[in-house]
Ligand binder design. Structure first.
Ligand code: APR
Length: 247
């Protein structure tokens, strides 16, 4: 059964540069909960109590515990066929940038290189006071927030919380690549969180073909030129196949 839209297959010979933007949906089949799905994190937890600087300053232990729970969850998951196909696609097309909203680090584990993490990475932490960045955290009791060896400040996860600005360098790279790409692929994102959700529009106004891979309708579906209503592990590998066969 053909997965990719004819309108994309017709354009394939002209496609030189590709941008792929992923969201929580690409990691769902690896066992990482999404945010707004039926079993999504925001159905069980209140983002304003866990994913904002105010919440952290008001109750650092609770916020730290929650991110420790999510880090522990990641210890038992692996990249899936969609992550792996995107890592291989990078070697098949002339230029590709992977833009992810995910903080789970699974794209890097799958071997993706040319990538920007718009919302940071949960496997990194930095000191709230002096900014000292680490991947290995100093030991601390359960429920106790580890403190910075340099200044004694509290460590926080290096993720972008609600109300915080995105890392400018990462956002700038994503915007520039989107504006000049020939194909912009959305995988597993609801497209409701800005400014990340504005990037597909930069691609569209730059003349790119926008493809959405998602089992459900999203805020961005009506702007897509082509749609693959499928799970990521079903919808992404045919993209790699199509470019590999194109040679
Ligand atoms: N394959 C592909 N897509 C899937 C799958 C799957 N197996 N399972 C679910 N999806 C889709 C859902 O239909 C939904 O459109 O993934 C999307 C997940 O949407 P959200 O949970 O809103 O996640 P995301 O778009 O990444 O959220 C954006 O919001 O909470 C913040 O910072 C957080 O980066 C996150 C941002």
């Amino acid at each position: 059964m053909k997965t990719l839209p004819d309108s994309l297959l017709e354009r394939l010979p002209q496609i030189r540069s590709v941008c792929v933007m992923t969201g929580a949906g690409i990691s769902a089949e690896s066992g990482v909960p999404t945010f707004r799905g039926a079993e999504g994190l925001w159905k069980k937890f209140r983002p304003e109590e866990l994913a904002s600087i105010d919440a952290f300053l008001a109750n650092p232990e609770i916020v730290w515990e929650w991110y420790s729970y999510r880090r522990t969850l990641l210890e038992s998951v692996e990249p899936n066929a969609a992550h792996r196909a995107l890592a291989r696609l990078e070697a098949v097309v002339e230029s590709m940038l992977l833009i992810t909203q995910n903080v789970d680090g699974l794209h890097a584990l799958a071997g993706s290189k040319n990538m920007v993490e718009l919302h940071g990475n949960i496997r990194r932490s930095h000191c709230h006071a002096c900014g000292n960045s680490v991947t290995e955290l100093p030991r601390s009791e359960k429920g106790v927030v580890p403190v910075c060896e340099i200044c004694g400040g509290l460590y926080r996860p290096s993720v972008v919380w609600f109300g915080e600005i995105l890392p400018m360098e990462a956002f700038g790279r994503a915007e520039r690549a989107a504006k000049v790409c020939d194909l912009f692929v959305l995988v597993g994102t609801s497209g409701v969180v800005y400014p990340a959700a504005s990037i597909p529009f930069s691609a569209k106004s730059g003349g790119a073909y926008v493809l959405e891979i998602n089992p459900e309708e999203t805020e961005l579906s009506r702007y897509a030129d082509g749609i693959v209503r499928a799970l990521a592990t079903v919808g992404v590998p045919p993209l790699l196949e199509a470019f590999t066969q194109r040679g």
